[in-house]
Design a protein around this ligand. Structure first.
Ligand code: NI
Ligand code: MN
Length: 224
């Protein structure tokens, strides 16, 4: 089956199939490369990798506007619940929740997490299974060898991998990550947004994995 993948810029995606639409890390307000506004996002669900502002982004406003279900770690869900989000699926690292469209799982990520300076729980990656397609969003992370195991377990069709360096892996280590995970296609993320980050994906060249560079606002129909 096919899914539509729209890159929102930085680490954000909107993934759609039939009547389901899932936003991941919808950071639009204050995102210099974003092409969409929060009020232009229509979704049933939002998955959040960690509490940093460039990931939790506009999740609160989008969740409220769409009455969308939020999938995230316990601390993020508690925080959004207290601020009026009605539908939350509180989870934690290593857990999976089955959904009407497939499942959402949270994986480990080597990073930090806070929400406006407060403890944000563990940072995570998100594995989204929708219409039989599996999309592994690595979140913000360093390289770790269990990426190979996660690749074997979830067999992702697509992996979104941070390559921007400084706060995450740079292009060379991200290429090693792609080789460990072994998806059919790797999409580089978390670069070029600000001058502190690597400015292009040229150095991201994993062996044996197709790289698809997506521009903010670009929509890609995968599968079929
Ligand atoms: Ni972060
Ligand atoms: Mn980040």
């Amino acid at each position: 089956m096919s899914i539509a993948i729209t890159f929102l810029g930085h680490s954000g995606f909107l993934i759609q199939h039939d009547r389901y639409a899932v936003a991941i890390d919808p950071f639009l307000t204050g995102n210099p490369v974003a092409t969409l506004k929060p009020e232009e996002i229509t979704c049933n669900a939002i998955a959040i990798t960690h509490g940093h502002a460039d990931h939790i982004g506009d999740a609160l406003a989008i969740a409220k506007a769409n009455d969308a279900t939020v999938f995230a770690n316990f601390e993020i869900c508690e925080g959004l619940g207290e601020r009026g989000v009605r539908k939350i699926e509180s989870m934690n690292t290593g857990g999976r929740v089955k959904t009407a469209f497939g499942y959402v799982a949270l994986t480990q990520a080597f990073h930090s997490s806070s929400i406006g300076g407060h403890y944000g729980g563990m940072p995570c990656g998100v594995v989204l299974n929708i219409a039989g397609v599996t999309f592994y969003h690595c979140g913000d992370t360093a390289l770790f060898s269990d990426m190979k195991l996660l690749g074997e377990i979830y067999q992702p069709d697509i992996a979104a991998i941070p390559i921007g360096d400084r706060f995450t892996m740079g292009p060379e280590l991200a290429a090693r990550a792609a080789e460990l995970i072994g998806p059919k296609v790797a999409i580089p993320i978390h670069y070029k947004t600000w001058p502190l980050l690597v400015e292009d994906a040229c150095g991201f060249a994993p062996d044996g994995v197709e790289v698809r560079v997506m521009e903010p606002g670009e929509r890609w129909e995968y599968g079929g």
